[in-house]
Structures are given as structure tokens and as C-alpha cells.
Design a protein around this ligand. Structure first.
Ligand SMILES: [Zn+2]
Length: 94
């Protein structure tokens, strides 16, 4: 009986774990906790058990950043704006 329960007395369903895995790193832990109706510390405990990071990074414009396969963090919004500016610059010069 007891081993079915986590420290907060709530069993984690596969859907809950899936949600956590998908959202970790892109959704703030408070939001995840609210969605799963759990405490922040329950989310933190579970994340460390699953060895996933809950750190959410934002660029200076508060956009969500994503980690590239090479380990570097990039803001896709700023990156695509930068690409557009670069393209326009090339066009304007010709
Ligand atoms: Zn940005």
C-alpha cells in the first residue's frame, strides 16, 4: 500500500508523469503544480526522481528559451527575428 504513494500521499499516474516530462524546462514549476493539483515540492521531488531538470530559461525579452542538442540555450523568437533582420540586410545591400 505505502509504496504506491509518494511523500505527498498522491500516486503519480502515467499521464501525470508524461505531463511533467513534457513540460519540464518549458513550463514554470508553479504552473505544472497547479495543473497536476500537487505542491511545488512534490513536483520537484518527482523531477529529481526522474532526473529531469525543471529550470526554465528566458531571454532578456522574457521569451522562453529552448536547449539545443549541443547544450546551448536559444530563444527561438529572438533567433527568428534576428534571421529576418539578417535576410533584410542582405536584400537591402543588393
Ligand atoms: Zn527572446
Amino acid at each position: 500500500m505505502w509504496d504506491e504513494l509518494n511523500r505527498n500521499g498522491l500516486k503519480w499516474s502515467l499521464d501525470d508523469v508524461d505531463y511533467l516530462m513534457i513540460c519540464a524546462g518549458t513550463v514554470e514549476v508553479e504552473t505544472i503544480a497547479r495543473h497536476l493539483k500537487r505542491t511545488v515540492s512534490a513536483i520537484v521531488n518527482k523531477a529529481s526522481e526522474l532526473e529531469i531538470s525543471l529550470i526554465v530559461r528566458k531571454c532578456k525579452y522574457e521569451h522562453l528559451m529552448t536547449q539545443r542538442p549541443n547544450g546551448r540555450w536559444r530563444c527561438n523568437v529572438c533567433h527568428s527575428i534576428g534571421e529576418r533582420i539578417r535576410r533584410n540586410d542582405v536584400r537591402n545591400k543588393t
